[in-house]
Design a protein around this ligand. Sequence first.
Ligand code: ZN
Ligand code: ZN
Length: 281
Amino acid sequence: MSRIDLHTHTTFSDGSASPTELIELANQQGIDILSITDHDTTEGLPEAMEAAKDLALELIPGIELSAQFQNREMHILGYFINLSDPQFQMRLEGLRSTRSVRIHHILDRLHTLGIDISIDEIEAASGTGTIGRPHIAQVLIAKGHVKDMKDAFERLLGSRGNAYVERDVPEAKEIITWIIEAGGIPVLAHPYWEGWNKAESITSCQTLVEQGLQGLEVFYGTFSARQISFNLGLARQFDLLMTGGSDFHGTFKPDITLGKGRGSLHVPSKTVERLRIAAGQ
Ligand SMILES: [Zn+2]
Ligand SMILES: [Zn+2]
């Protein structure tokens, strides 16, 4: 039985492990198939491929992109994308620049709240990676403005926090098209269907499928058996691919273990087989 984790983050977005460290950890933990799905970037993948090349570990190229759908933000994973597709890389560059605009807006909000941190401090915290709110949180923690990551998000950076600024992201339809045009398979990440009742969730899923969605992340690090079974039903109803992963962020989300999520994650091997076939790999 293969151990599979198709949703992980590195220092190239908001994870704490470098691509090499993540590959080493995955190898130690007996993971056979891993995908790195950093937000808005594939730049960590060459290092990961190098680290994995002599190991019995298969690395599937991935990415996680944010999208708007019916006034909500959702995340869409892309698997088996062609990393050297110039158009896709240009689109990612554009997404990263909207992140940086948002960070500046958040810093303005923090300033009006009497908290002064600079963009240089945040860039130093993010290293080479895609800049994000966890990096602001790191600086806030280091400077003693908040207790920990949870406190930073609850009081300041989360959607109910005082310094929250929404990010302007493309529509789901657009993001799905970008992934397909780069040769990838678009999969809805962690489908919580939050704020929708059962019938609305089914309709939303149908609309996304009409827009080109090809899969659902049925098996997710924090999902209950009930959530898994609901998504399994949707995947069957709309003949969608199924994927699964922990959404590992290293020490930034300490309750999530690589390959296991909160302990019960299990991604069936046949789901990866089908994903591979759909991608023509
Ligand atoms: Zn996500
Ligand atoms: Zn993620």
